[in-house]
Design a protein around this ligand. Sequence first.
Ligand SMILES: NC(=O)c1ccc[n+]([C@@H]2O[C@H](COP(=O)([O-])OP(=O)(O)OC[C@H]3O[C@@H](n4cnc5c(N)ncnc54)[C@H](OP(=O)(O)O)[C@@H]3O)[C@@H](O)[C@H]2O)c1
Length: 238
Amino acid sequence: MKKAIIVGASSGIGEEMAKQLSERGYQLGLMARRIELLNNLNDELGGNHVVMQMDLQDFNDAENKMKAMISELKDVEIIILNSGIGTEEYQLDWKYQKQVIDVNVSGFVLMSTVAMDYFLKRERGQIVGISSIAAHISSGLALTYCASKAFVSSYLNGLRSRARRSKLPITITTIEPGFVDTPMVKSEVPWMAPVGKAVSQMVQGIENLKQHIYITKRVRWVAWFIKIIPNWLIRRFI
Ligand SMILES: NC(=O)c1ccc[n+]([C@@H]2O[C@H](COP(=O)([O-])OP(=O)(O)OC[C@H]3O[C@@H](n4cnc5c(N)ncnc54)[C@H](OP(=O)(O)O)[C@@H]3O)[C@@H](O)[C@H]2O)c1
């Protein structure tokens, strides 16, 4: 039985990922702060999974919990780093910005480091990082979130180089979604993908050991378009 850990499994993309991977026969490690949601999800999925509460802002505890989850599940093939926060920044607020950096950047690096150490010792595995198309944009209304996702995409590129140098079959998968219909998106936005469709494309890409997945597929063209538009023009709109 294949085993996978999902960090941020309590809602949205992570919850749907748990449902779709469970359907495909995976045993899962489900992690997030809201333990009651994780327990409900585990019950819904048949109760075969391991649930652990973890707050990425508590770095020491998060590191210990990830190590404990790996030891409890044993022989984990995939670690999915999905947790993330972000909303509109109408004012620059350091308290909010620090939270975003703690969860999306520091927590992400910490979890990637534990996962990479584990897969190097195990001599194979896959790290999946949920970044965003926001990695390619820098919007005045979500600048900390966009910057955090640029960090995530760049860091995953670096991890991929290290994995390659190790000559071990370790896959680093970067996922860059556009808007997906989850509790994170609170306003009307264009091109919102249903979470079921988005996650089904993610799971397909993960199982095919893809290195880079845009969600949905047409978001690849958005990324390409952003690259060719002059920066001064983008600044007029976002
Ligand atoms: N929805 C979109 O349009 C979209 C687009 C591009 C990328 N993404 C990315 O996709 C990922 C999932 O987002 P979503 O849309 O599914 O949003 P969501 O429904 O709000 O889910 C966010 C997940 O992150 C977890 N999380 C937040 N703070 C945490 C913390 N301190 N410690 C541990 N876990 C924490 C949450 O669990 P708890 O609150 O229970 O801890 C929850 O499971 C994020 O990285 C997001 O940036 C989303």
